[in-house]
Design a protein around this ligand. Sequence first.
Ligand code: FMN
Length: 211
Amino acid sequence: MPHLLYIESSPRKTRSASIEVSQAFLKAWQASHPGGSVDVLDVWNTPLPEFDGAALDAKYAGLAGQPLSPEQAAVWAQLKALADRFHRADRLVVSAPMWNYTIPYKLKHLIDVVTQKDLLFSFDERGLNGLLTQCRALLVLARGVEFGNAAGAFSAEIWDDQQRYLRLWLQEIGIADVQCLTVEKTLYGPEADTASRAAAVAAAAALAPGF
Ligand SMILES: Cc1cc2nc3c(=O)[nH]c(=O)nc-3n(C[C@H](O)[C@H](O)[C@H](O)COP(=O)(O)O)c2cc1C
């Protein structure tokens, strides 16, 4: 039975476009995958260790092949428990608002603590290899402005470090099959916001059965 890890990173909850589209996707996914399970990881209410002190020392001890102190081992166990949630999943959905052209700091915090050698990737004489090769991913991205070539639109090449960064991260951890749904123009007034959300919700429902 497929198991899906859903990572949520907007703190706007009931007002959030990325969550609205993700919820539509998850509802359609569960309807079309009876028996499938969903693990929800909300970065705003999941305790994430600070990445300094023992956590940082544990990372560098691991890289140097040195044994971990009891304090380092304790914090590493926390990171491993987070990474295990990724390994259990064969589907990953990451929803994210655009904040200052990229992702919210809480999502970056999760990525920084969980993306570790021997947890989500290996690094040896064969180079850097992601460990989640059996997983496929969907990005559900929201932004306030419009990207494209229309007058007044922003060029994604310059202004989009949200999708570019998340795709790079997924590549690093071994996920090659990545799809993306976007909802934009959420700051262009209620009419544009509603139309944009409706189009993305419909696209999400259509995508879910085959995911
Ligand atoms: C701190 C912050 C920074 C933002 N930066 C951008 C930005 O760089 N580009 C953009 O298009 N929208 C930006 N926005 C607007 C959000 O992307 C927009 O409101 C989007 O709908 C948020 O997703 P959500 O509705 O899922 O929370 C920003 C919003 C906040 C709160």
